[in-house]
Design a protein around this ligand. Structure first.
Ligand code: ZN
Length: 138
């Protein structure tokens, strides 16, 4: 069995962002030379997500509004976690959007459904953060 591991680094200049990382995951898959197997992609930080959905800017705007309604950033003092920091909302947003995705590899390709793309969701940016890509298979 082949095994491959890589860390993708991000330094998002804004507090929140959604980034399509499907091209980077495809690059990892090429490097791994795995034809049949699984790829795990997970955020390595508790204020960021990896999820699968549509690469459509209207939807990303809707996600942002929805998350901000569920866990508004302000007022910062309304969260018990925010003692010496201000990212309680980012922890909650991460929990809703998820930590990781697993995608099947078939015939050397990501076996995604129609319109499915892999995203990095940043909820407390403006610093360096990582995503882990782990690929196993033959
Ligand atoms: Zn925190």
């Amino acid at each position: 069995m082949k095994s491959y591991r890589k860390e993708l680094w991000f330094n998002v200049p804004t507090r929140r962002a959604f980034i399509n990382i499907t091209p980077q995951v495809n690059e990892c898959l090429k490097e791994s030379d795995v034809k049949e197997g699984l790829v795990l992609v997970n955020a390595m930080h508790i204020t960021a997500s990896v999820f699968i959905n549509d690469d459509e800017s209207g939807l990303h705007h809707d996600f942002d509004i929805w998350l901000e309604r569920l866990a508004p950033h302000e007022p910062v003092k309304s969260y018990r976690h925010n003692v010496g920091e201000d990212n309680a909302d980012a922890h909650l947003k991460r929990q809703i959007m998820g930590r990781e995705v697993v995608v099947a590899i078939t015939d050397g390709k990501l076996d995604l459904g129609p319109w499915e793309q892999i995203f990095y969701g940043e909820f407390d940016g403006r610093r360096k953060k990582r995503v882990l890509v782990k690929i196993i298979g033959e």
